[in-house]
Design a protein around this ligand. Structure first.
Ligand code: FES
Length: 71
């Protein structure tokens, strides 16, 4: 598998890039593209994928990563 990365978008979905294989609960793979957006707000009608509903409902998530301390 390529170098997969997940970016938490501001007040929006998880952006998964690198061609990750995403499956349903039975292990059946979804047909995906190189980069996919996974719903983080819980309101998408196309879960597990984002359908843009987060913008309409005003989803807000302020968390940010805390840099690891250098010792
Ligand atoms: S994050 Fe976009 S619809 Fe949920």
């Amino acid at each position: 598998m390529a170098d997969v990365s997940i970016r938490v978008s501001r007040n929006g979905p998880y952006l998964v890039s690198g061609g990750a294989r995403i499956t349903d609960a039975d292990g059946t793979p979804y047909e995906t593209k190189e980069t996919v957006a996974l719903c983080r707000c819980g309101a998408s009608t196309t879960k597990p994928f984002c359908d843009g509903t987060h913008s309409r409902i005003g989803f807000s998530a302020a968390e940010t990563a805390v840099p690891a301390s250098a010792e």
